[in-house]
Design a protein around this ligand. Structure first.
Ligand SMILES: *Cc1c(COP(=O)(O)O)cnc(C)c1O
Length: 395
């Protein structure tokens, strides 16, 4: 009989998300459920929006969590900003850029994909060329941190090019927020969505979004209603928007929002700059260990995401068998390669609360032992030392 409580195993989460959830967040999730129109809850929401503005580095009034995972934040941006017939240039250098193309088409838009190789950042020159060839384009969309490959693109430069061609920008910051700088106002980003389970270290299921004035203008000026009732911002705003008067739209996921609030308090306590520095430091130690073993990080150094590390799989090694050993013997999860990188790389996440020296050393020791037992062509017994040396040198 399956009539027993479910007790998940204790894991160390070093994949592409979810990341390890901070105990203070788990504790916040277990606090008493109250009504989502309760004045105490409404007050918490105001504080949550303020904390989100800090995380996004923005003054945007419309900054709030969508009640569904990162993919719903993506869809919120596309269904509200893309009107039937709108031409949208989509930079595509991995899985998530591909999903943006789907979103444009389903919203009735015309997608113009601009492709870059997987594992490389978006090339600004290619975007410029595409915009010159498509002067009627209205929107540019790109992924800031491609979780499928571990490559970061230059959001500030891409946004500048888009604006020069009178386009709005939609930016996927699901994996970047909290892990590397995301400066919505300084970079002049119009619509940005993120997720809770990557570098915010919260449970999956919410998607912070922020919209600037230009984006709001386009939404207010729509000739047709978005095809999604649930994600229609004009309706959602009746609940999240104005202080005080709140009308029922959907029942907010009360406890999940306690969790996000706590995650953002943690981020605020640490400070964005310190969180970014911590992600860089742990990445540097991981890299030292990986390279000491004789393995490589295929993404070019300047574009490497500290929170998502693509690691080349040595020749002749059974990708899935290694991941299974790590999970079964060390209760440690890492990610497989996707698409063009399937079977070629592992994706090792150091996101949010998972980005700590204990995880780096655990993973390196475990990988060293597992690959050693398989007689893989690596330098054995040196990875952990190399990482520890890197931490000491950084102090
Ligand atoms: C994880 C991820 C998403 C989707 O988020 P979900 O919470 O899984 O829906 C979108 N974009 C990027 C870059 C991601 O890493």
């Amino acid at each position: 009989m399956a009539s027993q409580s479910f007790h998940p195993p204790q894991r160390t989460l070093m994949g592409p998300g979810p990341s390890d959830v901070h105990p203070r967040i788990l504790e916040a999730l277990a606090r008493p459920t109250i009504g989502h129109l309760d004045p105490a809850f409404v007050e918490m929401m105001e504080s949550l929006k303020e904390l989100l503005r800090y995380a996004f580095q923005t003054g945007n009034t419309l900054t709030m969590p969508v009640s569904a995972p990162g993919s719903a934040g993506m869809e919120t941006c596309f269904v509200n900003l893309v009107e039937p017939g709108d031409k949208v240039v989509v930079c595509r250098n991995g899985v998530f850029g591909g999903r943006m193309v789907e979103n444009v088409e389903r919203a009735g838009g015309v997608a113009v994909p601009v492709d870059d190789p997987w594992g490389r950042p978006v090339d600004p020159d290619r975007l410029e060329d595409a915009l010159k060839a498509n002067p009627d384009a209205r929107i540019v969309a790109f992924v800031h941190a491609e979780t499928s490959t571990g490559a970061a693109s230059d959001a500030a430069v891409l946004a500048q090019i888009a604006h020069r061609h009178d386009c709005l920008v939609i930016v996927d910051a699901v994996t970047s927020l909290g892990g590397i700088p995301v400066r919505v106002d300084d970079w002049d980003l119009d619509a940005v969505y993120s997720g809770t389970q990557k570098c915010l270290s919260c449970t999956p299921g919410l998607s912070p979004v922020t919209f600037g004035e230009r984006a709001m203008e386009k939404i207010r000026g729509r000739k047709t209603r978005p095809q999604s009732w649930f994600l229609d911002l004009n309706l959602v705003l009746g609940y999240w928007g104005s202080e005080g008067r709140r009308t029922y739209h959907h029942t907010a996921p009360v406890n999940a929002l306690y969790g996000l609030h706590e995650a953002l308090v943690l981020l605020h306590e640490e400070g964005l700059e310190s969180a970014w520095a911590r992600h860089r430091r742990n990445h540097a130690a991981l890299r030292a260990g990986i390279e000491a073993m004789g393995l490589s990080l295929p993404v070019p150094e300047a574009a490497r995401l500290p929170q998502l590390n693509a690691v080349s799989i040595p020749a002749g090694v059974d990708d899935a068998a290694v991941r299974r050993r790590l999970l079964e013997d060390y209760s440690l999860e890492i990610g497989a390669g996707l698409g063009a990188l399937a079977g070629k790389v592992w994706r090792v996440g150091l996101m949010g609360h998972s980005s700590n020296p204990r995880n780096v050393l655990l993973f390196l020791g475990a990988l060293d032992a597992v690959l050693g037992e398989m007689n893989a062509p690596i330098e054995r017994g040196v990875a952990v030392d190399a990482a520890r040396r890197r931490y000491r040198d950084a102090d």
